[in-house]
Write a protein that binds this ligand. Sequence first.
Ligand SMILES: Cc1cc2nc3c(=O)[nH]c(=O)nc-3n(C[C@H](O)[C@H](O)[C@H](O)COP(=O)(O)OP(=O)(O)OC[C@H]3O[C@@H](n4cnc5c(N)ncnc54)[C@H](O)[C@@H]3O)c2cc1C
Length: 365
Amino acid sequence: MYDLLIIGGGISAMVSAIIAKRRGKSVIMLEKNDKIGKKLLATGNGKCNMANIMPVENKYNTDFVYPILKQYSLERQLSFYASIGLLTKEVDSRYYPYSEQASSVLNALREELTKLGVEIVLNTEAKRIEKGFEVCGYRAKKVLLATGSRATFGADSGYLYEKFGHLNSALRPALVPMLTANDNLKGLRGVRLKAKVKLFADNRFVGECYDEVIFKDNGVSGTAIFNLSQKLARINYKNARLTLDLMPEYTIDECRDVVRKLDGIEGIFHKEIVNNIRRTTGNDINKMVEKIKCYVLDNAKLGSVELAQVMSGGLAVKDFDILTLESKLCKGLYASGEVLDVDGECGGYNVMWAVASGMAVGENV
Ligand SMILES: Cc1cc2nc3c(=O)[nH]c(=O)nc-3n(C[C@H](O)[C@H](O)[C@H](O)COP(=O)(O)OP(=O)(O)OC[C@H]3O[C@@H](n4cnc5c(N)ncnc54)[C@H](O)[C@@H]3O)c2cc1C
């Protein structure tokens, strides 16, 4: 009989296991893959953007996260990393391992798990939780579901708690490129720029973000698009549209003055943007300025799960204690990380939540 059985071997599970084991609890972890931490290796393009120095307020879909993020703050997370022998650094408000290798984070976590003697059972997928509790033949006083999501790869295993009365809402890809009508994309593949992007659904304003946009054959990607996809994933709509302000620092009148003064847009934008705009506007300065200030991409849709960094949806947070993450419906059950209906913006906020929530469970089981 273990004190804690953890389903999943992602970062949330590993942090929780380390903290619980340091407190003297016996811990077993079941992972369906042949390795733990596979998704962690893919984060931040293999560099692992693990946290952010900016305030966390308004970075998530729900206020539920804030008490835990306050308790297990950036400082506490950084001291946790130091306690497993990992050096971190800040680059433009984002935290990374000093090596800029996600594998350094995984190695440090794995070594600590081994040092502490946490039992890890690989190639073992939990398909049922028997009351009491028993999972895959292992018995435990408490169970933590830390199964993440199937974004890019992985599994949606929130259904395991449905039999205990937990709501597990439909999942949609979030932090994902968007597909759009491609009539405005000709020649732009691979072009990157910073723009103020607005999202409208059925002609209603949904949100805006000023950040990087990357053009693709069939749509757009980049941080601005990812952050807006998180909002689109939460609403029902028939038609969505993106508008890009390519010179947000200038008002429309200032923009017209600049274009007139420079006698064109060649000295302002990437040549493919120039060609694209010129194709429909010719030499008409007013039309050029209109397009610069409101470049329309119609028929915007969320890209596929295989391209998503997180899933929006999951286990309803209202059924879990706001500080301990223990189920309010069945004593002894806990959930942490992305399996809960929590998603954050780009910038390290999702790993931050996975770690903070893992710490909360580890300290309270
Ligand atoms: C390509 C990519 C890039 C990303 N980049 C960033 C980034 O830079 N910064 C950031 O903050 N976030 C990033 N994210 C998001 C972040 O990686 C996740 O939010 C975070 O890893 C979630 O951690 P977790 O421990 O909750 O779940 P996961 O890391 O998904 O781990 C869950 C584990 O549970 C296992 N599992 C699932 N079901 C079962 C079952 N039934 N039985 C046994 N095992 C099971 C899975 O195999 C998996 O190993 C990125 C995601 C992707 C896909």
